[in-house]
Design a protein around this ligand. Sequence first.
Ligand code: PFF
Length: 452
Amino acid sequence: MPAAVSIHGQWSTRLAFVLAATGSAVGLGNVWRFPYIVGDNGGGAFVLVYLLCILMIGLPIMMAEILLGRLGRQSPINTMLTVSRAEGLSRGWGLMGWIGVLAGFLILSFYSVIAGWALAYVFKAGSGGFTGLDAEGSSEMFGAMLANPEALLAWHTIFMVMTAMVVARGVRSGLERAVTILMPALVVLLVILVGYAMAHGDFLGGLAFLLRPDFSALSANAVLLAMGQAFFTLSLGMGAIMVYGSYLSSEASIARASAAVVASDTLVALLAGLAIFPILLAAGLSPGQGPGLIFVTLPLAFAEMPLGLFFGTLFFVLLVFAAWTSAISLIEPAVAFLVENLGLSRVFATTLVAMLAWLLGIAALLSLNVWSGFTLFDKGVLDLLDYVTANILLPLGGFLIAIFVGWRMSQSSVMNELRLRNMRAFRVWFFLVRYLAPTAIVVVFLRAVGVI
Ligand code: PFF
């Protein structure tokens, strides 16, 4: 029988879990990835599909993932093995945990590179680098950073060390506290930026871009990207939320915690979009800037804003913190597994995983300059890592979770762990996990590769 408490510890309160899971969910995915993918894919229709994926696939799968974590109370690999055994199912389900560990490792490698950009921008903003900047100057500044592998390597290294330091210290110390203060601060700052965009940007234009759906611009691949973004932004399909669920006390309501996490995450993404597109349109930039979008656009706002130096610096500091609390959850599944199965110390396990991800990250950052000629499927290493993890590995993990919880586990175990008092709510959730989510994932995949 699984233990009542994980050997790695437990969140001190229910709120701590919600904050930590929100910390994992809210990150570069909301502020960096969401706006640029929306920009690349034409706006409103994409946003609508994304929101549908969040609600119909993301939320139910998040509940399923937390439920599994809390039942197994170990790293995702061992959780899957333990729950499968208790349910009389094949040990093969442990493979799902392995896919998650692999995805987390791959994501961390490029995530740390992008977080490094944000770190670099903290110092650019703080030293007055945005003052007097125009659209062209801003693009040049970003381009110059990408062209400098030594600088990218330095920032990537600093970020990876920061991440490893927190994970090495364990679940409670540091992490919980950081999230409590920093997440609300990020929201406040985004609201200030939206205020600026309202006053000085093309706010109505930005709003229309984000909300007015033009389905003719929506390709099958864009639907896959919207679904991938839903998984990425909610940290689903790779065991991060599962491992956080394994530190959750048995009394907490999984449904309520999940709803809070999903709502906060979505709010932050939409606020980021509302801040960025009006500024971008007013500056005459194109929305399809690719991954550099926020790094080219936001400095323009800070260049003009009263106290821009202060707000600009603070914004990138908070973005780094948001990335930090997400990066932590990317290594936690692998670290928990190494501690459980190889008996490694937490510090050693963390160092090992962080070092491997750091090495792969170097390949990712070199793909922006020295190795820019080397592409696979038309993508450099960084783009490829981003594409494959978000659009293939995470939805695949989510699909397996939905099949496991919806079809393989006994319904009574599921009901017992979820403890939804409202039977109708349970039935809706179960329908989404059992039928809708897996079907939608398969259909979106098959359409994107052109089979249907
Ligand atoms: N959700 C994070 C973000 O939006 O930045 C990224 C992420 C963290 C993805 C943890 C996956 C994960 F397991």
